[in-house]
Design a protein around this ligand. Sequence first.
Ligand SMILES: Nc1ncnc2c1ncn2[C@@H]1O[C@H](COP(=O)(O)OP(=O)(O)OP(=O)(O)O)[C@@H](O)[C@H]1O
Ligand SMILES: [Mg+2]
Length: 335
Amino acid sequence: MITFNNIQINFGSFHAIKNLNLHIKEGEFFTFLGPSGCGKTTILRSLVGFIEPSGGQILLNNSDITHVPIEKRGISMVFQSYALFPTMNVYENIAFGMRVNKASKAIVDREVRDIAQKVDLKEDQLYKKVSELSGGQQQRVAIARALVLKPSILALDEPLSNLDAKLRNQLRNELKKLQKKFGITTIYVTHDQEEALTLSDRIAVFNNGIVEQVGTPQEIYNQSKTEFVCNFIGDINKIEPLIIENSRLKDFLDPQKKAYIRNEKVSLLPLTGSDVVQMKGTIIDQEFYGLYSKYLIEVEGGGVLKTIEKESGLTLNKVGEVIDININISDILQY
Ligand SMILES: Nc1ncnc2c1ncn2[C@@H]1O[C@H](COP(=O)(O)OP(=O)(O)OP(=O)(O)O)[C@@H](O)[C@H]1O
Ligand SMILES: [Mg+2]
């Protein structure tokens, strides 16, 4: 549906996007994930039409839209700050785009009420000023305003970043439901790994204007293609050379490369299989989270590993305790 072909975007001599190639399928929830300043908003703005690329093409259903004006692209965008009109009421905010498009009063009224109902905005809320709404309600207004134009693509730039953690989780679920309900191709920008993993069909991980990996959340997390992706997407251990030299790990790993393992894959419980390497260690720190505990372990012979274990309530390991550490070789990532 959307194809970026060799897209480059320069600001003066600064190369914000360097030769981007990406294909997004119809109906997909596709996320641009990456740290601040990596180019997520820039690439989204080029898709919507606010920025003209310095090179390359953007295709929409195989036709070249690189130089097509914003209003002819059929893409609606929800901005990093909602960019609602604070002095207008909710109704006027949602109706704004349709009015610009010169839709008749009757059609505007029907569509505004219809979309408000679909995003769970109550009738009496339609006549409140947006400044009188909570963050979550404002976010729904911003989404309603985008959806009412019946775009073929919805572009969302960090729409949840202004909200507190609880509301963010709640709206994240609602957003996913809405997206499935409308079946609308959605491009979602975030720097939040958890948001990307829970919402997306596929993720592109950006770093410094390039895409490091494109894949499903599972692929990005379990088979991180680059060192940057493996570090960015979740908590991970870099396995120190000392730990490798002092264990059977050295028989399996490439000594020229760096080795990583996800915290939860370092197990304090026995693992089965021929590729399991066991070591001894001492617990030097424990943090109890209720559902699970996090441990810091000093490996015999030197080096530390972090791990996370689900709590059964019975097998609480204590600081100072000597324990077995089990690692499955296939869980190690090398770069
Ligand atoms: N209009 C502009 N003029 C010059 N430089 C720009 C312009 N817009 C963006 N940049 C630069 O391009 C880079 C990418 O910016 P962009 O806004 O796309 O980052 P981002 O990934 O969305 O970051 P954040 O997560 O902080 O929103 C940054 O280094 C930024 O300073
Ligand atoms: Mg941004």
